[in-house]
Write a protein that binds this ligand. Structure first.
Ligand SMILES: [Zn+2]
Length: 253
């Protein structure tokens, strides 16, 4: 008959983006554990009663069975495991979730496994939904952990310059801690101004970067520490992530 049956593949992932295509279809981008960020067409997903409509909603998490075509995937079916319905109903949460998704999109590539990014995004959306932590603090944790996954972690337990482990007075610069002496040296040599961090701020950053991701959204800090960490992350991302995220415009910082 000459009919070519395409292969199917099953991946675990979360919808990052969903856009209408033609009259009845949708195109989605999925962050998958196995194949990184991929895009797929869901034929007929906008028809009333379509079995594919729910699985194309942003932030839906589950197992997607896809036909693998030459240039793109087509969704065959999906087993939804988590549907973040609360997020879509809350404007602020939607803004934050969109920002987190955009950042994950920025880093993920097709055919490069993204299990860590997917887990981080999933746990982060759960934290948003649970409303136990301020959204701004969730954002700080997400950004730090995402940068850590991307290999931009921080040396937090000793001075980068002299390996001094005395952390009574610390500064941050270029990927980690500096003691006061080394910070002063840097200031003179490179005319840079390392960021001074309070002890509470340091302990919080240490906690954020050394706690298993499943437990990282489990703390609160005083408002001044949160403000300090916000300023710190602004400086850090300004230096290491020279990219403007569109969805960040909707967040108040
Ligand atoms: Zn030092």
């Amino acid at each position: 008959m000459g009919i070519h049956m395409s292969e199917t593949v099953t991946v675990t992932g979360m919808v990052l983006l969903s856009s209408p295509v033609k009259e009845y279809d949708r195109r989605i981008e999925i962050l998958t554990r196995e194949r990184g960020r991929i895009s797929a067409f869901a034929k007929g997903a906008r028809k009333a009663g379509s079995a594919l409509s729910a699985c194309t909603i942003p932030f839906t998490f589950g197992e997607y069975t896809l036909y693998e075509g030459r240039n793109s995937y087509n969704v065959k079916s999906a087993g939804i495991q988590k549907f973040f319905g609360d997020i879509a109903e809350d404007y602020d949460m939607t803004c934050y979730a969109s920002y987190f998704a955009e950042m994950a999109r920025y880093f993920a590539r097709e055919n490069i496994e993204a299990g860590q990014e997917l887990l981080l995004l999933y746990i982060t959306l759960l934290a948003l939904q649970n409303k136990q932590m301020p959204e701004k603090l969730i954002r700080i944790v997400y950004e730090m952990r995402m940068m850590m996954i991307q290999g931009q972690g921080l040396e937090l337990f000793q001075c980068l310059g002299c390996q001094n482990t005395d952390t009574r007075e610390v500064y941050f610069q270029a990927g980690g801690l500096l003691c006061r002496k080394c910070a002063e040296k840097e200031r003179e040599l490179a005319k840079v101004h390392p960021f001074e961090l309070s002890l509470d701020g340091l302990y919080t950053v240490q906690f954020i970067l050394s706690t298993p991701v499943e437990k990282v959204y489990s703390f609160l800090v005083a408002e001044e520490v949160q403000k300090e960490l916000e300023r710190f992350m602004q400086g850090y991302l300004g230096r290491y992530l020279p990219h403007r995220f569109q969805s960040a415009e909707f967040l108040d910082r």
